[in-house]
Design a protein around this ligand. Sequence first.
Ligand SMILES: [Zn+2]
Length: 375
Amino acid sequence: MHGWRIGRIFGITIEINFTWLIIFGMILWLVTQQELPGAAPDATTAELWITGIITTLLFFGSLLLHEIAHSVMANSLGADVSRITLFLFGGVSQMKNEPNSPMSEFKIAIVGPLTSVVLGGVFIGLHFAIRAIGLSGVWAAALLWVGDINILLAIFNMLPAFPLDGGRVLRSILWGAWDNLERATHVASNIGRWFGYTMIGFGLLGMFAGNLNGLWFVGLGWLLSSAAAGSYQQMQLRNTLGGVHVHDIMSSPVQTIPGDASLAEAAQDHFMTKRFSAFGVEDENGRITGLIRMKDLQGVLRERWSYITVREAMQPLDREAMMVRSDDEAVDAMMQMARNDLGRLLVTDGSGEVVGIISLTDIQRLVKVRGGLGV
Ligand SMILES: [Zn+2]
């Protein structure tokens, strides 16, 4: 999931997905139209909006701190989190590799809800402090709301439903007890799925009874059950591809086409005579600056192939997402392709030099063979 970059903190990039704007608007509406007027009936409209906007920002700041806590803990334990994306239902920290021990997983998971509890305590404390000095009214109500919502967030996240934090805590305990990550993931993700189904059931019941809030439960339940199923599949894939690195299955060296060749030349001399469906594009100095795929040729009318250069039609190598390191795990390359909707990645060595190309079909072929052999 991608979004707009809003900043960087502790070396982690913070992004906002467009779905986040929907939830921001909804929370702002809820706070200014329902929560605050209910708690402070004599507040003016201007007061309600100013307090409402700040309250909503405090709420999202709290969500972000929860996520940052996970990421900073993960990074201190050797995981590699470089990006946090805020979206419709909260935040996700994008971890490049899974925690390597039950204790690491436990620490990474628990620190998020702990942060929310501490934030909840601080805001509720501020609420009472403000009331004690007689500054009650709309600000006291706002602080209490932010405090309560942080406590609720901690409780929701501690549900033992993988991949929620509580489910990760549960998995880490089972993992430690059984010394078997796959079995622990299997059980934890099944519990997560059933939690999801139960939420969908309650949501539907509520909606039939005329309560539209049931829709939220259906949405959250669906998200939870599919995330649980997805995490288990990912785990199986990780097992199947265990120990396979990008350099084991990449094509190397990269077959290239000069950038100033026409598309007609590229088709004639490369696509139609070699077994590849994508080539690196070389500049005058022999540096690879992009990727030209069969799809890019198909996107141009055949009559125009003689007039358009490869450089004009290529996918420029301007995104970090298009590259992978040769010593990365194949399964991580696969996840990167899935996240960014790409069919292949260029492979770089330690010094950033392009040394090969890896395609989704190459990885899928290996998954099929290993699966077929029962590996
Ligand atoms: Zn969390």
